[in-house]
Design a protein around this ligand. Structure first.
Ligand SMILES: Nc1ncnc2c1ncn2[C@@H]1O[C@H](COP(=O)(O)OP(=O)(O)OP(=O)(O)O)[C@@H](O)[C@H]1O
Ligand SMILES: O=C(O)C1=C[C@@H](O)[C@@H](O)[C@H](O)C1
Ligand SMILES: [Mg+2]
Length: 169
């Protein structure tokens, strides 16, 4: 992968990843979509049939497959929380961008979405606080999304990636 987006549910990883890939003329891979494709069933169905553990096993397998490809990878909200997945990300030496948002923003954006089994409104703030350190541990760039439009966020990340490439050239 050329760049990986991590962060909590509703921070915009899928939205920004899709737009960033278009901007950079790269392929976009959405890890949640890849898991659904490979499993042949929806995320809530995977959680119902195989539990969170079953979902996490599929997520790690798909992450490894995705990291072997080029493009922009939008991870799921829990991907970087798993130590095994953080090891995969660090080994790849791909730039990792952490998208952040407050629990209030997340709630406004995702509401009570049945497609996010861990996105219960009354649990969002606690879950976000528990996960923050894990995201931070692998982040090369932190982008606060609360008051920015997707287009502005794509501009910021594209600018940073170009500067990174120039430093390395
Ligand atoms: N910067 C933004 N400003 C306003 N709305 C946004 C912004 N980014 C994303 N959204 C909206 O928030 C919702 C969730 O975005 P998205 O699905 O991209 O989040 P995500 O990080 O991929 O979540 P998940 O971890 O559950 O996959 C969408 O309706 C999207 O249009
Ligand atoms: O935050 C999480 O743990 C999740 C977020 C979604 O992207 C999906 O990966 C799934 O619903 C789990
Ligand atoms: Mg997403």
């Amino acid at each position: 992968m050329n760049v990986v987006l991590i962060g909590f549910m509703g921070t915009g990883k899928s939205t920004i990843g899709r737009g960033l890939a278009k901007r950079l003329a790269l392929t976009h891979v959405d890890l949640d979509e890849l898991i659904v494709q490979q499993s042949g069933c929806s995320i809530p169905e995977i959680f119902a049939r195989s539990g969170e553990l079953g979902f996490r096993q599929r997520e790690t397998a798909c992450l490894k497959a995705a990291m072997a490809r080029s493009g922009v990878l939008s991870t799921g909200g829990g991907t970087a929380v798993q130590a095994a997945n953080r090891a995969v990300l660090m080994a790849a030496k791909t730039p990792v961008v952490w998208l952040t948002a407050t629990p209030e923003t997340v709630l406004k954006r995702i509401g009570d979405d049945p497609n996010r089994p861990l996105g219960r409104p009354d649990q969002l703030a606690t879950l976000l606080a528990e996960r923050t350190q894990a995201y931070q541990a692998v982040a090369d760039l932190i982008i606060h999304t609360d008051d920015e439009t997707p287009v502005t966020l794509i501009d910021q990340i594209a600018f940073w990636l170009t500067a990174q490439q120039q430093t390395q050239a």
